[in-house]
Design a protein around this ligand. Structure first.
Ligand code: 3MF
Ligand code: MG
Length: 349
């Protein structure tokens, strides 16, 4: 093992074990208590959990500071009991009536103020939990019709909102999680490039990084391993959401590698070769329970994703670099393709 090969820390969010409701049908499973999800996380070998603000404190809009403190402290106790670390807190800026037409980019200044106030509450929750950073998935920053907002202004409004949060907590680190569409038709911060450029526009770029999600890159028509590489080159890849996606459809959040093993291999290859994880960067999952899954086995997508990561990691590390180098030198990329496929299929080369 070279000194670039670290030990990974894995996380997922409580929303990743869900009740199976979709736009066409109701829940098909009973809710599972947070404490049970946390216990299951530890049993499956995860090291931490991800949070939305309201995964830790239900409906924070209606809670006083002391109620928030009490509820978040209870969650922290459960994490401590299970030996789990809270990775991040993300403000849920897409559910309240104030965010119908966007959060930081809403055309109504009162709604924009709501979004900032809610984000500050999320920072407070993050501090009580002891989470490492804030993730901003800018779910409703964008448009359904182009004429409803100015793209230029939207970017400046997001910059101003991030600046206000950076001022609110001088140690705050923010990771932007880009996604090109869904729920809005056209998101304004839609790719890794947008997210990183957004960070450079803020008053303290050193505290703004990004989180790349496999499915989000694919929905933008891009290769997730290239997006990860782009962010790594900028030293901005501070977390990932691994999952899978069967092409350009709705955001499926399938188990890691379940559609395209070679995609999975290349994501892990890019991460591992760059020494990702060495500074504590998390390998986060963002995977959805299949609606067909029964209650008692509604976490298998998580354990499967973890197993696939470990399997693919072994493939990455056992790749014969001298064969790869030689084929690159000879520019025999058909043969390189053969070698990679044989390696992935476990066929002798
Ligand atoms: C949406 C997502 C989100 C984010 C989460 C944390 C519900 O496509 O990926 O999951 O990951 O809000 O930022
Ligand atoms: Mg995600």
């Amino acid at each position: 093992m070279s000194d670039k090969q670290g030990v990974y820390r894995f996380s997922f969010g409580p929303w990743n074990i869900d009740e199976g409701a979709d736009p066409f049908g109701p829940p098909v499973r009973q809710p599972i208590a947070f404490a049970d999800k946390a216990r299951k996380a530890r049993e499956m070998g995860f090291h931490g959990l991800q949070f939305h603000d309201d995964d830790a404190v239900e409906d924070p809009d209606r809670k006083s500071a002391s109620q928030i403190e009490n509820e978040a402290t209870e969650v922290r106790k459960i994490l401590d009991q299970e030996g789990l670390v809270p990775e991040f807190v993300a403000p849920r800026l897409w559910f309240a009536p104030e965010t119908i037409d966007g959060a930081y980019t809403n055309n109504d200044p009162a709604c924009r103020q709501y979004a900032i106030d809610r984000s500050k509450k999320a920072v407070d929750i993050m501090r009580i939990l002891g989470a490492e950073y804030m993730v901003l998935w800018l779910a409703r920053e964008g448009t359904y019709i182009r004429e409803s907002k100015s793209p230029n202004e939207q970017i400046l409004l997001i910059r101003d909102a991030i600046n206000e949060l950076l001022d609110y907590d001088k140690d705050l680190r923010i990771l932007i999680e880009p996604k090109p569409n869904e729920p809005v038709d056209s998101a304004i911060v839609s790719t890794a490039g947008h997210a990183i450029a957004m960070g450079y526009m803020t008053k303290d770029p050193a505290r703004v990084g990004c989180l790349i999600e496999t499915a989000h890159s694919m929905l933008a028509g891009l290769d997730p391993s290239d997006d990860m590489g782009f962010a790594l080159a900028h030293e901005k890849l501070w977390s990932v959401h691994l999952n899978d996606q069967g092409g350009l459809k709705f955001d499926q959040d399938k188990s890691f590698g379940s559609y395209n093993l070679r995609h999975a291999f290349n994501q892990v290859r890019v991460l591992d070769e760059a020494g990702y994880g060495h500074n504590g960067e998390w390998v986060g999952l963002d995977v959805k329970t299949m609606r067909t899954q029964k209650q008692e086995v509604s976490w298998k997508h998580l354990s499967n994703s973890l197993k696939t990561f470990q399997f693919v990691l072994e493939k990455v590390r056992s790749l014969d670099k001298s064969i790869q180098r030689q084929l690159i030198q000879e520019r025999d990329y058909e043969e390189l393709d053969r070698y990679i496929l044989n390696h992935l299929m476990g066929v002798p080369y």
